[in-house]
Design a binder for this molecule. Structure first.
Ligand code: BGC
Length: 462
C-alpha cells in the first residue's frame, strides 16, 4: 500500500467498511495459519497422554492436511452454491467443532477425528478467505486487501508458536489446541454483520442486493463496475464445473495448478513445520533453535507486510520472480552448507541466515502471490470450483512434502534434499517467467475478457 493508500484507509475512502470486511474475512487466514502451526508444539505433549505408534503420529500430524484437501475439494463448489459469506460462517462453525473435539478428545481416534474436522475448516478457509476479499475489493487495492489473508496466515503461524510456548511448561496440549476456538467465534460473530460478495449476488440474479453492497463498499460512481459485472455474467455459459476443462480456461488452470504445486515442492513447509529440527542438526541447542524458529515466524510476517506494500505497485510477476529467484539461491546455499563436512559455529549461523532469507523470499513472492492470483484469474462462473481444484493440489503437495521430508533427509541426506528443493525453485522460476500473467490494477472482468479473447484469437489464428 502506498502512503496515498494508507491515507485513504484512514480517511475511509472507498467506504471504510471495505477494510473492516476484509480484515474480518482475513481471520480465515489466521485460523489457517494457527491451526497448521499449533500441532508442532502440542504434539510433544500429546505423546505423554496417549501412547502412539509412529504411524498414528503421522496420521495425527497430517490428518489436518488430508482434511484440508477434502475441505478444499468441496469448499469450492460450496462457495459457488451457498455463497461466499455463508461458507465463511459454516467454516467458522467447523473450526470451532474441530478445536473443541481435539481439546476434549478422550482417545486417539477422537483426536484424529478432531484433526480431520479442523482440516476441513482449514480447506474451506484457504479458498473462501481470498475469494471473498478479492470479490468485494476495488481493483486499485485488491492485491493488498486480498493479501491480508496471507498476512494473517503468517500471523496465525507466529501466534501458534507463542501459544505453544505459553502452555509448554504445563504441557497443556488441550489448551493449545482449544485456543483455536477463540478466533473461530470472533469470525462467526463478525461475519454475521458483513455483506455477501456483490459478484456472487449478481450472478444469482440478486442485482439490487449486489448494487447495495457496491454502494456500501465504494465511494463515487459504481455504474462502470456494475456494467462490467453484468457483461461478464451475461457472457458466461452455465456448464459449471465442466467448463473448467474447456480449452479457453486451460492456460489459467495450468497457471493455478503449477503455482499451487510449486508453492509447496519448493520446500516452505519443510522449514515452517521442521525448523527446530533442521536448526538442531546444525549444532544449535533446543532453546536457540526454538528462538530462531520464532525469528523465522517474525520474518515471515514482516516480509508479507512488505509484499502487501508492493503488490499493487510493482505487480505480481515481478514479486514472484524476485521471490523465487531468491529462494533458489538461498536453498542452494543451505544444501551446500549441509554438504560441507562438520559444523562449527559459523556454519550453523550461515545455515540459520539461509533459512531466514529463504522464508523472507517466500513471503515476498510465492506466499501471497499464489493465493492472490488464483482469486483473480478464474471467470466468475467457475471461480469457486477452480480455486477449489487448485487448492486441493496445494494441500495434496503440502501433504506429500511434509510426509516425505523426514524420509528424504534420513535417506538421501539434508544436502540432496535442499538441492532438490532448489531444482524445483528453478523450474518454478521458468514457469513463472513463461506462463504467469500480470493482473495488477485490472478489474476481474477485464482479466476474464482477456482470457476469453486470447483463446478466441488463437483459435482464429489456428
Ligand atoms: C502456504 C502454506 C504455508 C504458509 C507459510 C502459505 O501461503 O500455503 O502452506 O505454511 O504460506 O507462511
Amino acid at each position: 500500500m502506498s502512503t496515498a493508500d494508507i491515507r485513504s484507509v484512514l480517511r475511509g475512502d472507498g467506504g471504510r467498511f471495505i477494510y473492516l470486511a476484509s480484515a474480518l474475512a482475513a481471520l480465515n487466514g489466521l485460523l489457517f495459519g494457527f491451526d497448521t502451526g499449533i500441532i508442532s508444539g502440542a504434539f510433544l505433549y500429546i505423546n505423554d497422554t496417549f501412547a502412539m505408534s509412529p504411524l498414528v503420529e503421522g496420521i495425527v500430524v497430517s490428518g489436518a492436511m488430508a482434511g484440508a484437501a477434502l475441505g478444499a475439494a468441496v469448499g469450492g463448489q460450496l462457495a459457488d452454491r451457498l455463497g461466499r459469506r455463508r461458507l465463511i460462517l459454516l467454516g467458522a462453525g467447523v473450526f470451532f467443532l474441530g478445536s473443541f473435539t481435539m481439546a476434549v478428545a478422550p482417545s486417539v481416534p477422537v483426536l484424529v477425528a478432531g484433526r480431520l474436522i479442523d482440516g476441513v475448516a482449514i480447506g474451506f478457509a484457504s479458498i473462501v478467505g481470498p475469494l471473498y476479499i478479492s470479490e468485494i475489493a476495488p481493483p486499485r487495492i485488491r492485491g493488498a486487501l486480498t493479501s491480508l489473508n496471507q498476512l494473517m496466515v503468517t500471523v496465525g503461524i507466529l501466534v501458534s508458536y507463542f501459544v505453544n510456548y505459553a502452555f509448554a511448561d504445563a504441557g497443556a496440549w488441550r489448551w493449545m489446541l482449544g485456543t483455536g476456538m477463540i478466533p473461530a467465534v470472533v469470525l462467526a460473530i463478525g461475519m454475521l454483520k458483513m455483506p455477501e460478495s456483490p459478484r456472487w449476488l449478481f450472478e444469482r440474479g440478486r442485482k439490487e442486493e449486489a448494487e447495495a453492497v457496491l454502494r456500501r463498499t465504494r465511494q463515487g460512481d459504481i455504474e462502470d463496475e456494475l456494467d462490467e459485472i453484468a457483461e461478464t455474467v451475461e457472457k458466461q455459459s452455465d456448464t459449471g464445473v465442466r467448463e473448467l476443462l474447456e480449452p479457453w480456461l486451460r492456460p489459467a488452470l495450468i497457471v493455478g495448478l503449477g503455482l499451487a504445486i510449486f508453492q509447496q515442492i519448493t520446500g516452505i513447509n519443510a522449514v515452517i513445520y521442521y525448523a527446530p529440527t533442521i536448526l538442531e542438526s546444525t549444532g544449535f541447542g533446543s532453546t536457540t533453535s526454538i528462538l530462531a524458529t520464532v525469528g523465522i515466524g517474525v520474518i515471515n510476517v514482516v516480509m508479507t507486510v512488505v509484499a502487501i506494500a508492493l503488490i499493487d505497485r510493482v505487480g505480481r510477476r515481478r514479486l514472484l520472480q524476485v521471490g523465487i529467484g531468491g529462494m533458489t539461491i538461498t536453498v542452494a546455499v543451505l544444501g551446500t552448507v549441509f554438504y560441507l563436512p562438520g559444523f562449527d559455529g559459523a556454519i550453523g549461523w550461515i545455515a540459520t541466515a539461509s533459512l531466514m532469507l529463504f522464508v523472507a523470499f517466500f513471503a515476498i513472492g510465492l506466499g501471497p502471490v499464489f493465493w492472490l492470483l488464483i482469486s483473480e484469474i478464474y471467470p466468475l462462473a467457475v471461480r469457486g470450483s477452480a480455486m477449489g481444484a487448485v487448492t486441493v493440489a496445494n494441500w495434496g503437495a503440502n501433504l506429500v512434502v511434509s510426509l516425505l521430508f523426514p524420509v528424504l533427509t534420513a535417506n538421501a541426506g539434508e544436502a540432496t534434499t535442499f538441492w532438490l528443493f532448489g531444482a524445483c525453485s528453478l523450474a518454478a522460476l521458468l514457469f513463472t517467467y513463461w506462463l504467469v500473467p500480470e493482473t495488477k490494477g485490472r478489474s476481474l472482468e477485464a482479466i476474464e475478457a482477456d482470457l476469453r479473447g486470447n483463446v478466441t484469437a488463437s483459435e482464429t489464428a489456428d
